[in-house]
Design a protein around this ligand. Structure first.
Ligand SMILES: Cc1ncc(COP(=O)(O)O)c(C=O)c1O
Length: 388
């Protein structure tokens, strides 16, 4: 008799829908960012929000192995996952310095953005008590209207931080609000100008280590003046353009990295006039062959795709018919003779000459590419084929 400890009650079946993430594509996009900014500017990939849904730990390991000097996360918990997974390079913490996180920041050896003096004081107190020095970046708001010291409070904040022996100002950072506007974007120009004005205050002369940063993907791709000492690409690493629809990933030279695949689990011939699915929102107008695929809004496949988008089967478009359910979506395969139970379904990515890009999916559901990949469901298995 097996002992209780030996009994494995978990279910081991492969789900018939999954994501394939091309790690080499992420590396190629990282190398593209490096090439654009040149060798004097460091590229710190942004892997917050589970690397925009594509898997923070495997992609962080990949990027560390590809030479990334550090990575950016949003939360202490995200940093913890990476440290537990063996990631050793510096981790920059964007907006995660909140009350109660100080001990974790020190234990996990994180480099936080400072955007609030009380939080800086608390971190400094702990650092001093532990006889440690914590590298940090002072966040300024040059026009994003989000977190950071503004022009009025910046100088006083630096005076205070200069008095905190536990903190080292590695640099000053800010975030671009409109880097997706064209190369001559006025907002970005004004943010770059403000950043330089703020960097010139005398209070920073001695304390700033001078590793300043402003650019996200849009800054990297369209605004060379924003590159400064280090840049923070997110979306371009994951295969979409930050400026879609005015730019596409192909125009930016960014390669796609994610495929979402599935297999048909049922095919049925139905007569003309058959209503399909919840709410009977679609009724066949001729004898039709309807395939069911095991994908739904429980996987992040938006219900807004109901009667709207399509998938690819045998390199042919198969339109979604009826409402997307939580676990199942129906597509019309009347015109695809080989479609059968087990046929491969491409939900995102290419099949033959056809392609469904993240950007197309974003259009279909009235979202932006960021939202499409961040919304990829947790229950979708993610695979990282070596030679994909
Ligand atoms: C502070 C900061 N820097 C960089 C990025 C990366 O932006 P993108 O994905 O547009 O490259 C983000 C993303 O939201 C961010 O919040």
């Amino acid at each position: 008799m097996p002992t209780t400890a030996m009994v494995d009650n978990s279910i081991h079946v492969a789900r018939l829908t999954w994501l394939e993430i091309n790690t080499q594509g992420v590396v190629d996009n990282f190398l593209l960012a490096k090439k654009i900014v040149g060798e004097n500017v460091k590229v710190f990939p942004v892997v917050k929000a589970d690397a925009y849904g594509l898997g923070a730990l495997p992609l962080s390991r990949t990027l560390e192995a590809a030479g990334a000097p550090g990575l950016c996360v949003g939360l202490v918990e995200e940093a913890e996952e990476l440290r537990l997974g063996g990631v050793k390079i510096p981790l920059i913490l964007f907006a995660g310095l909140t009350p109660g996180t100080e001990q974790h920041i020190i234990d996990l050896d994180l480099t936080p953005f400072i955007f609030n003096l009380d939080a800086a004081k608390a971190l400094n107190r702990l650092a001093v008590a532990l006889n440690k020095k914590v590298n940090c970046y002072v966040k300024v708001d040059t026009g994003m209207g989000r977190i950071g010291f503004c022009r009025k409070t910046f100088q006083a904040a630096i005076k205070e931080i200069n008095k905190m022996p536990g903190l080292i100002i590695s640099g000053v950072v800010s975030h671009l609000a409109c880097s997706d506007e064209g190369e001559n974007g006025e907002v970005t120009k004004s943010q770059i100008k403000k950043m330089h004005e703020l960097l010139a205050i005398p209070e920073l002369a001695k304390s700033n280590q001078g590793f300043n940063s402003l650019a996200n993907s849009g800054g990297i791709l369209y605004h060379p003046q924003s590159h400064m000492q280090w840049v923070r690409p997110g979306i371009m690493l994951y295969g979409a353009s930050p400026a879609y629809p005015s730019h596409t990933s192909m125009q930016d030279g960014v390669v796609g990295v994610v495929r979402w695949l599935s297999r048909i689990i049922q095919v049925a011939k139905v007569p003309s006039g058959t209503p399909l699915g919840y709410g009977h929102s679609y009724t066949t107008t001729k004898e039709s062959k309807i395939a069911q695929i095991p994908v739904g809004y429980g996987d992040g496949y938006s219900r807004r795709l109901s009667n709207k988008g399509y998938v690819l089967i045998e390199g042919t478009k198969a339109p979604i018919v009826g409402r997307v359910c939580m676990d199942i979506t129906a597509v019309d395969v009347t015109h695809i003779p080989d479609a059968a139970v087990g046929s491969l379904v491409t939900i995102l990515g290419s099949d033959g000459k056809e392609q469904i890009s993240i950007e197309m999916m974003a259009d279909w559901i009235g979202a932006i590419p960021y939202e499409v990949i961040c919304g990829l469901g947790k229950r979708l298995p993610r695979y990282y084929p070596i030679n994909s």
